[in-house]
Design a binder for this molecule. Structure first.
Ligand code: G4P
Length: 278
């Protein structure tokens, strides 16, 4: 963690023109890191809403508007594996730093994102081959990687991960539901119940259609019903709730419930405010 922070500070010192933060379009606020802005003070920011193919298009539009209204900030949606939109990233960076981008004054771009957000996929797409190191192997020191995307356009990949301090309870649930947090670090049933809570409120049809539910009861009843449909029964008629939870989370992560965004910009602002007031 500290080495990542140091690597970002070193990059700022060595020269940095644009900071790309890769966000998960299904949970843009929760997958972002406020610390990054503090470390890269004043540098123009490009927010990439990745995995937009899994997110609700109307919510993605709302999040793009939210970020684009911020000073020195641009936001674009992306599927990291899709070649053409990846080129949009280069264009957006050039617009954010119009005075840089030739060999004498190269455009120096730092790319950051939480684990599993699609950074390796995006870099591989941009360079057209498997250039980025994937996974993070403990104990292996990784130095900053410089990737020349075009003449005068350098992309710097940070070693390790800069994890946000999860001060907002809902963000913890959303990160866990999305697959960003290792599965042993949270209670799957608890996360599934929170996911059902969001789905019931915002995407009830998706929940009903996917699991053939005529009506939606409380969260536990829904999870039980999902378990019954997905073969998580125990002898005697009960349901293995953790198996039901696992089935729901896998379906959500694979997009089998449809395009679903877990949070809105207004909600995130209110949660941040409440956390700051505590
Ligand atoms: P990271 O370097 O940020 O840790 O993430 P990585 O690129 O390894 O991507 C994590 C997972 O997210 C991968 O799936 C990858 O395919 C998927 N992914 C990345 N970008 C997108 C996107 O825009 N849309 C969708 N739908 N998925 C995306 P995986 O199941 O872990 O591996 P695999 O499917 O590549 O085998």
């Amino acid at each position: 963690m500290n080495s990542t922070r140091q690597a970002i500070k070193d990059r700022v010192k060595a020269g940095l023109d644009v900071v790309i933060e890769l966000l998960d379009a299904r949970l843009p606020g929760s997958s972002g890191n406020p610390l990054l802005a503090a470390l890269t003070t004043g540098r123009p920011a490009l927010k990439i809403l990745n995995k937009q193919d899994l997110a609700d298009p109307s919510q993605t539009a709302a999040w793009l508007a939210h970020y684009n209204a911020q000073p020195h900030t641009r936001a674009i949606p992306l599927d990291a594996g899709d070649k053409a939109p990846a080129r949009a990233l280069i264009k957006a960076c050039r617009e954010l730093a119009p005075n840089r981008g030739d060999l004498a004054k190269p455009l120096r771009v730092l790319i950051c994102g939480i684990p599993n957000v699609g950074k390796s996929t995006l870099i591989n797409t941009l360079v057209g081959k498997r250039a980025a190191k994937t996974g993070d192997e403990p104990g292996i020191t990784k130095i900053e990687q410089k990737i020349v995307l075009e003449n005068g356009f350098y992309l710097f990949d940070t070693p390790g991960m800069l994890w946000p301090r999860i001060a907002i309870e809902q963000s913890g649930y959303h990160l866990a539901a999305s697959g960003a947090i290792g599965r042993n670090a949270f209670d799957e049933a608890e996360v599934a119940l929170e996911l059902i809570h969001v789905l019931k409120r915002r995407y009830p049809d998706a929940l009903q259609q996917r699991y053939g539910l005529a009506e939606l009861g409380d969260e536990e009843t829904v999870l039980e019903a999902i378990g019954l449909k997905r073969g998580a029964k125990v002898r005697g008629g009960g349901v293995q709730m953790h198996k039901a939870a696992e089935a729901l989370l896998i379906d959500y992560r694979q997009g089998l419930l449809g395009r679903i965004t877990l949070e809105t910009p207004d909600e995130m602002t209110a949660w941040r405010q409440a956390a700051a007031d505590e």
